[in-house]
Design a binder for this molecule. Structure first.
Ligand SMILES: [Cu+2]
Length: 195
């Protein structure tokens, strides 16, 4: 038991000792941390905060009742790999979007969402994500292209730990979707013609 407590107390240290996720842009490797926040509800067309944690999977039972949907939200921080201060970085035209790889092969994006960057802190935020339960794997992808297209984006992370699913349900989804990513794809193309 003592060993267990010791190892648990070291978890936060190890969590920050490496990159949670890595992306490469113009010969620079960035670490990417995704911090899930409390989700939102849409009431009379307005998003309102809730205490339900993200990521939330909108289940079959909730699907037909939009008032019950919990929209997921996350903060996304980039820093240069090796920077122990984790100073937030900006990448021109950087964007993250949600994408589903379907068992049927009919892969698709996740519909409307909002992506922004806090001008003060430099931290990015993705929100208003409706993760509908389907026979497939939800993921986050990143791009610097204008469109949310699988061909001009690259995998950031698989979303496997939905807060409203049991450990067993999440484990089943993880085994179906695989780690670290369901599908590899080419890195986004970058334009060097301007600046
Ligand atoms: Cu789907």
């Amino acid at each position: 038991m003592k060993v267990l407590i010791l190892s648990l107390s070291f978890l936060p240290f190890f969590a920050h000792a490496h990159c949670p996720h890595e992306i490469g842009v113009d010969n620079q490797i960035y670490c990417v941390a995704v911090e899930w926040l409390e989700g939102e509800r849409k009431i009379n067309g307005q998003f309102e905060s809730t205490t339900f944690p993200s990521p939330h999977l909108i289940t079959e039972a909730e699907k037909t009742i939009p008032q019950k949907w919990i929209y997921s939200k996350a903060d996304i921080t980039l820093w240069k790999k090796g920077d122990s201060n984790h100073e937030p970085q900006s990448i021109k035209n950087f964007r993250v979007f949600h994408y589903m790889f379907m068992a049927s092969g009919m892969h698709h994006d996740g519909g409307t969402y909002d992506f922004s960057q806090d001008p003060e802190s430099g931290v990015y935020r993705i929100q208003s994500l409706a993760f509908q339960k389907m026979r497939g794997c939800w993921s986050l992808r990143w791009t610097t292209a204008a469109e949310d297209n699988v061909d001009t984006s690259a995998p950031l992370m698989l979303i496997s730990r939905f807060s409203n699913l049991s450990h067993e349900e999440n484990a089943m989804a993880e085994s179906l979707c695989g780690y670290p990513q369901p599908v590899e794809s080419p890195a986004p193309q970058h334009e060097h013609s301007h600046d």
